[in-house]
Ligand binder design. Sequence first.
Ligand SMILES: [Zn+2]
Length: 262
Amino acid sequence: MAGQIMDFNGIVMMQKNYRERDLLVKFFTMEAGKRMFFIRGAKKRGFKMTADLLPFTYGTYVGDLRDPGLSYINAVKETAHFQNISEDIEKNAYATYIMSLLDRAIPDNELLGSWYNRLYHGLLAIDQGLDAGIVANIFEVQLLELFGVAPNLRNCVICGRTDLPFDYSESYGGLLCQNHWHMDPNRLKLDQRTIFYLRQFSAVDLTKLSSIKVHPETKHHLRLALDMIYSDTVGVYPRSKRFIDQMNKWSDKLPHPTDDKN
Ligand SMILES: [Zn+2]
């Protein structure tokens, strides 16, 4: 297919050096899925689009979109930047992780559908101060479907009941009510709060997030549960997630402010 010159809405995912003076910049685009752009002369002094191509920038661009092959950007119409994400190491880590999950879940050049807006609003929520770890959890739950897991989090996968305590079964791909716990000895043995949030996260509209408050202990349980589900049934572990795990280990080891009596 030949190139098509068009306006497009994009969110910059990442950039990498290419040859001496050029850059490759990967975008999530609303109109054409994930695209890799070749930016000639991006590292020359006086290059005009530097700020428009930084990670966590979004806006409207004019480009020559090619499939297959690299695409080109002809002009920038209007851009803005998720400033707080860029400046905060934790927000940055979770935002990067969300983008790398979405990158793995959807092949290049395939339309993103509702995921473009979900990504934009999820990043906006993190930028505006919502709990980045929880926003990432919501993406993890909702992305399971794209990874081919699509767990049933509505009701018991065996009998359909919704009024008994639930647990999560990886082998049955969803919830088991208490009457059917015996069917999976390897069920995850999650507490009811964790189950409650997993169910909420699967249904919440990412474009309408306003506030989320989750108790720290439940946050920890959600992290463990989703780590298990991802490692056992998805098998995707991006480098950005490795960094988050390291970061959480360091912060566990730091002395707690209230421990310091001096
Ligand atoms: Zn049941």
